[in-house]
Write a protein that binds this ligand. Structure first.
Ligand code: KG4
Ligand code: ZN
Length: 342
């Protein structure tokens, strides 16, 4: 177990509505990345239904793992460790992945590595950027999290700021529902925004007083709802594309505002984005321009590695493997696991 090259990790991710498995070699070489999305199942309910998610994970997980091994042209006997997301996320959904990983670990006598979902999102940046190494600044923007993180080392994170209420992705999802675009909101708002005017409606840019790096999105969501109500009452026609473009720009301004301050105050020369919202092309462009203006290198994963996937879990697990950080068979799902906690 003290070999450090050609480490083959089978990773499992089931924290929300994607059942995913991947094989990653030496932390950066993704040999397979299988994702079974449940989006169509949850669309009719307008969001993820936890019970349905758990049940679907149970149905899909073995098949997804089989496919991941097949695509990587490996068998379980070729694998060196099993990694799994154990938090944060939906408890029933997490438990399916955790139970599966523990069963494989026990049956095949393989080391088990419990991975923090947000660490996984951050580590997704290593996959396509072989030159990227800590320290760097990272903005994690997903459906459940908005964190500005100082990545001090492969296993060392300092949270500079976080959302005080809704996550950025959650705000996208709620606004999309309110303007009739449906679930999942982020990609639908992005598409609609292309047709609209980002300056049409002056939605507020919420800045949290005193806490330079914290975020608040619920006020922005309420501003959109108030705008829609107001239009309805006054019989003004709502231009969906203008609402989408104006809201998206307001979120981007708030995110770039905090990142700019952090780049300035920490002097960081490397900045990365991660999480589902990081697949938003307008946000990426804004961050790229910001970094260019400040002489900082900008990193981002491809969209498939931004939204939930198991490859990112395999990458994060590799750095735990190198440090000998293994989990016991008593590993449990921790729905509200904090970053940096074990
Ligand atoms: O990282 P992720 O797949 O799951 C969580 O860990 O939460 O992120 C999903 C979130 C959803 O809220 C979705 O609406 C948002 O990411 N999202 C986007 C885009 N694609 C996904 N938000 C804005 N623009 C996008 N293109
Ligand atoms: Zn995620």
């Amino acid at each position: 177990m003290n070999k450090h090259t050609d480490i083959r990790i089978l990773a499992i991710e089931s924290s929300c509505d994607e059942t995913a498995a991947a094989v990653v070699v030496d932390g950066r070489d993704v040999r397979s990345n299988i994702i079974s999305s449940q989006i169509s199942l949850h669309t009719i309910y307008g969001g993820v239904v936890p019970e349905i998610a758990s049940r679907k994970h149970i149905e899909k997980i073995n098949q997804v793992i089989k496919e991941a091994l097949k695509e990587a042209q490996m068998a379980l006997d070729d694998i060196d460790a099993i990694a799994v997301t154990y938090g944060p996320g939906l408890v029933g959904a997490l438990l399916v992945g955790v139970a599966e990983a523990k069963a494989i670990s026990y049956a095949k006598k393989l080391p088990l590595i419990g991975v923090h979902h947000i660490e996984g999102h951050i580590c997704a940046n290593y996959i396509e950027n072989p030159d990227l190494e800590p320290p760097f600044l990272c903005l994690v923007v997903s459906g459940g999290h908005t964190h500005l993180v100082n990545v001090l080392g492969y296993n060392s994170y300092e949270i500079l700021g976080r959302t005080l209420d809704d996550a950025a992705g959650e705000a996208f999802d709620k606004v999309a529902r309110a303007i009739g675009l449906g679930y999942p909101g982020g990609p639908k708002i992005e598409k609609e925004a292309h047709k609209g005017d980002q300056k049409a409606i002056p939605f507020p840019r919420a800045h949290v007083a005193g806490d330079a790096y914290n975020f608040s999105f619920s006020g922005m969501k309420s501003a959109v709802l108030n705008y829609l109500n107001n239009c309805r009452m006054k019989g003004i026609e709502v231009v969906q594309a203008d609402v989408a473009a104006s809201f998206q720009q307001a979120v981007i301004d708030v995110l770039t505002g905090n990142v700019e301050r952090a780049l300035k105050e920490t002097g960081a020369k490397k900045f990365a984005i991660a999480g589902g919202v990081a697949s938003n092309a307008t946000l990426r462009k804004a961050m790229e321009q910001l970094c260019m203006g400040r002489g900082a290198a900008f990193y981002h994963p491809s969209p498939v590695f931004c939204t939930d996937n198991a490859a990112m879990i395999g990458v994060a697990a590799y750095y735990d493997y190198l440090e000998g950080k293994f989990s016991g068979l008593d590993l449990n799902a921790v729905p509200n696991l904090k970053l940096g906690e074990r």
